[in-house]
Design a protein around this ligand. Structure first.
Ligand code: AMP
Length: 279
C-alpha cells in the first residue's frame, strides 16, 4: 500500500499506472462502513485510492472540527488489511494553499434548503469544494459514497452533472452495528451507554417504515420524535420524510413513490444522522 501526502506524488504515480481507478473519499476514523466502500471499489476497478482528509471547509462549527476523531494509525492498518492500493492523506495546506484562487461556486438550489442544508449552513459548499478538487486530482473512473449520508450523495450527483465530471457515482448501503446504530466515525465519541441509547434513532426510522399505513407523514414524524426523546437522553434536530430524488419533504404518502425517512439527533452532545428507505 502506498501512502501519499502530496498531490504531485500521487499524480505521478497514477499517471504511470494506466489502470481503472475506484475512489473512496473519507475523513478517516475508519470503520466497517468505510471498508464496505473500499471492498466494493476493489471488486469493480484495477486500482483503489482512498483519501483521508478532515476537510475544514465543510465544518460550520469550529469545535466540531477540532473534536472530530482522528485515528491515522488504525486507519492505515485497516486499509492495509483490506489490501487498499493507495492512500492519499494530504495536510490542509496541500489542499488549500493560500495562493489558490477561490473555488468554483455551485448553486445546489432546493437540495441545500432542507435538512443538513438548513442546520449546517455552508456545509455542502465545503463538501463540493473538497470533492471536486479530489476528483480533479485523482480523476477516478468510479467514486463510492455511502447512503448513510444520503443528502450528500444527492448533492454529489448534482455536482457531477453540473460540472460535467466524467465519473460514475456508486451508492453503497449503510452498514450498521448489531443494535441497528448506523456506523459513524462520530460514534467513537459516544460512551457505551450513549451507543445503546442511540440505537433508538434507527429504531424510530424503521418504525416509520413499518407503520406508515397507519398514520400520515406528519403524525408518524411526531411519533418518531416521541420515541427518540422518551428517555430524555436524546434530542431531535429534525425528522423528515422526503422524496429520494428531490429531497423535498412530503405531506401525504400518495405524493411520491420513492421516499426516505431522515434523522439528525444529538446524543451526549454528538450530532448523529441516519436515514432509511421507505419503499
Ligand atoms: P466520512 O468519513 O464520514 O466523510 O465518510 C466517508 C464515506 O463513507 C461517505 O461516502 C459516507 O457516506 C460513507 N459512510 C460513512 N458511514 C457509513 C456507513 N455506516 N455505511 C456506509 N457508508 C458509510
Amino acid at each position: 500500500m502506498y501512502i501519499f501526502h502530496k498531490i504531485n506524488d500521487l499524480q505521478n504515480y497514477l499517471r504511470k499506472s494506466n489502470k481503472t481507478i475506484g475512489f473512496v473519499p473519507t475523513m478517516g476514523a475508519l470503520h466497517l462502513g468505510h471498508i464496505s466502500l473500499v471492498e466494493r471499489a476493489k471488486s469493480e476497478n484495477d486500482l483503489v485510492v482512498v483519501s483521508i482528509f478532515v476537510n475544514p471547509t465543510q465544518f460550520n462549527n469550529k469545535a466540531d472540527l477540532v473534536n472530530y476523531p482522528r485515528t491515522p494509525e488504525s486507519d492505515y492498518k485497516m486499509l492495509e488489511e483490506c489490501k487498499t492500493d493507495i492512500v492519499f492523506s494530504p495536510e490542509t495546506d496541500e489542499m488549500y494553499p493560500s495562493e489558490r484562487s477561490e473555488e468554483k461556486k455551485l448553486d445546489i438550489g432546493k437540495l441545500g434548503e432542507v435538512m443538513e442544508g438548513v442546520y449546517r449552513p455552508g456545509h455542502f459548499n465545503g463538501v463540493i469544494q473538497v470533492v471536486s478538487q479530489l476528483f480533479n486530482i485523482v480523476k477516478p473512473d468510479k467514486a463510492y459514497f455511502g447512503e448513510k449520508d444520503f443528502q450528500q450523495l444527492t448533492v454529489i450527483r448534482f455536482m457531477v452533472k453540473s460540472f460535467n465530471f466524467n465519473v460514475e457515482i456508486v451508492a453503497c448501503p449503510t452498514v450498521r452495528e448489531k443494535n441497528g446504530l448506523a456506523m459513524s466515525s462520530r460514534n467513537l465519541k459516544l460512551s457505551e451507554d450513549g451507543k445503546k441509547e442511540a440505537e433508538t434513532i434507527s429504531k424510530a426510522l424503521y418504525f416509520i417504515k413499518e407503520n406508515k399505513e397507519k398514520y400520515d407523514p406528519d403524525q408518524i414524524k411526531q411519533k418518531a420524535i416521541d420515541m427518540i426523546e422518551s428517555s430524555g437522553k436524546l434530542k431531535t434536530e429534525y425528522i423528515e420524510i422526503a422524496d429520494e430524488k428531490t429531497l423535498e419533504p412530503i405531506k401525504s404518502w400518495n405524493e411520491k413513490k420513492h421516499v426516505r425517512s431522515f434523522a439528525a439527533v444529538f446524543c451526549e452532545g454528538i450530532r448523529l444522522i441516519d436515514n432509511v428507505g421507505l419503499s
